[in-house]
Design a protein around this ligand. Structure first.
Ligand SMILES: Cc1cc2nc3c(=O)[nH]c(=O)nc-3n(C[C@H](O)[C@H](O)[C@H](O)COP(=O)(O)OP(=O)(O)OC[C@H]3O[C@@H](n4cnc5c(N)ncnc54)[C@H](O)[C@@H]3O)c2cc1C
Length: 221
């Protein structure tokens, strides 16, 4: 998520009484709570630790598979050993729309790769490339993200942030590369198509919620 979206979600959580301690270092988990490096104790009965994930490559490396922040696979989900396929969070996969490879952690990505592997194993044509997408439901806020906001040079906002229904479009050279949509299903779905079809858009029309997303799919007016 980009900084605008992060700030938005932080404010919505804070409005419901969630306190953030950003850039705080944890010194210890004690009987009464969490001790921060600055000496303060955050009182707690329960501590949930969410510290990200990394790919455990021990098994893959022992099998001689090429690894680079994940098991390297191609568009058939095939590893450097043609007899071994890998899908999901632990793979470093090509992303043709973005001209680079990365390790993605999302259910849709794992499902897409499962289709790639199944097609290759069954001798079927490779499925069409999908636009990566992600979702998260927080309170009454449905966040849907399509694409990856890499190397973008413009952000276009559409909708009403104060009314908790808006979308942030990330553009590169006038083409939408990613959309972050909050309670904005049409923007998410339309944005996903714009990304996949790499259609140039007029930023002013994109920002204008009275212009239907379908009209934008036809290209600049
Ligand atoms: C808290 C949390 C919230 C998430 N929320 C979302 C979300 O909202 N939307 C979304 O798209 N994604 C979400 N994800 C990510 C999503 O869960 C993963 O991207 C997805 O599960 C990846 O599928 P996978 O098959 O690669 O791995 P997994 O689902 O992790 O499956 C791997 C399986 O392999 C098993 N395994 C591991 N090692 C071995 C071994 N040596 N032998 C046999 N079995 C083994 C594991 O037990 C596990 O069952 C979330 C993840 C977390 C942790």
């Amino acid at each position: 998520a980009g900084p605008v979206l992060s700030d938005y979600f932080q404010s919505r959580h804070e409005a419901r009484g969630v306190a953030f301690e950003l850039s705080a270092n944890v010194a210890a988990i004690e009987a009464d709570g969490v001790r921060l490096a600055d000496g303060r104790l955050i009182a707690a009965n329960t501590v949930l630790v969410g510290i990200g994930a990394y790919a455990d490559l021990e098994l893959a490396q022992a099998a001689g598979l090429e690894c680079s922040d994940g098991v390297v696979v191609d568009l058939d989900a095939r590893t450097s050993d043609p007899a071994v396929f890998a899908v999901g969070d632990m793979t470093h996969r090509p992303l043709p729309l973005y001209g680079r490879s990365a390790r993605l952690e999302s259910v849709p990505s794992a499902l897409e790769q499962a289709k790639q592997a199944a097609s290759a194993l069954c001798g079927r044509p490779r499925p069409a490339d999908e636009v990566p997408w992600f979702w998260s439901d927080q309170y009454e806020l449905k966040l849907q993200i399509a694409g990856l906001a890499w190397d973008c040079d413009m952000v276009v906002e559409r909708g009403d942030r104060a009314a908790d229904s808006f979308a942030l479009f990330h553009l590169k050279d006038g083409v939408v590369r990613a959309v972050e949509a909050v309670n904005a299903a049409p923007e998410f779905m339309g944005g996903r198509q714009l990304i996949g079809r790499q259609i140039a858009v007029d930023p002013a029309r994109l920002a204008d919620a009275s212009v239907p997303m379908k009209a934008l799919l036809a290209g600049p007016a």
